[in-house]
Design a protein around this ligand. Sequence first.
Ligand SMILES: [Zn+2]
Ligand SMILES: [Zn+2]
Length: 338
Amino acid sequence: MQARYVQVDKAGAPLKLVTREVSEPRVGEVRVRVEACGVCHSDSATVDGLFPFISYPRVPGHEIVGKVEAVGDGVPQWKVGQRAGIGWYGGHCRRCEPCRRGDLIACQNPLIPGLIYDGGYADYVVAPTEALVAIPDSLKSVDAAPLLCAGITTFNALRNSAAKPPDTVAILGMGGLGHLGVQFAAKMGFNTVAIARGADKEQFAHELGARHYIDSTVTDVAGALQKLGGAKVILATVTDADAMSAALGGLGYSGEFVIVGIPAKPIQAEVPGMVLQRKSIHGWPSGTSIDSEDTLKFSEITGVLPLIEKYPLERAAEAYERMMSGKARFRVVLETGA
Ligand SMILES: [Zn+2]
Ligand SMILES: [Zn+2]
């Protein structure tokens, strides 16, 4: 059987639509017919060759939703026709220290779809069963897809943070991750503060559930957060190191600065207050397939959904450029099958 794949032939090469043979699932694997795949900034790791361990040609995409279409041996829990998703967590090595301690998302040799094996810019994906996520019937595939990376990353970072309702939680940035982070924070019962650039995003921030909005182009972000009593958690979804550094001073007593966006340069911190008021900075790496199922269930219960722009698979290169431009509102999704 032949099918369409959008692949990168080598680091730095453009995305290219090709037709090639579909591979069979081996023991412990399933083949999913892709219905939707989100386009994530991390896909640039594959396109630009940011990691030496990526081998080419490689098909990007790690926000995959579709239907199980073939099942390998040793997979009793999945049946042909069931809807399934695959996110950033695509399997683990079973031998590194985090794996041996059961902390699978921190695996030091992670099997990331789109980087280590072919991802969702395609008609089909073959993945190990531990990566699979059950999709609630009420969620459309195009809506569920971004929840498997942008969604889980913000949801899981917030629910594992120090914040408890009704603490003040600030979401720094209102892009693909941030617009979901604001919704999750509001639905979790936090006093939610959205921080973004420009007055034009304020109305939308309130529509997403933010009680407060800080326009970082005209306001001292740290000072504004301190006026609100200081944030228990600031979730940094931006990739701008200076924006992160400017927000850090907005933490309240014992606050946590949780980073899910990856800036190109170091951030700066005023240390004395961090020591005396026991504040911390730490990163958060999405979550496993069961965390994704929790994210989807939470979305189903509370109505948190991504705002998306849809492109057909054959326009994947254009969709990728749109995402990289930073102008997408707010998440780009490839709509592939029916
Ligand atoms: Zn991603
Ligand atoms: Zn491992």
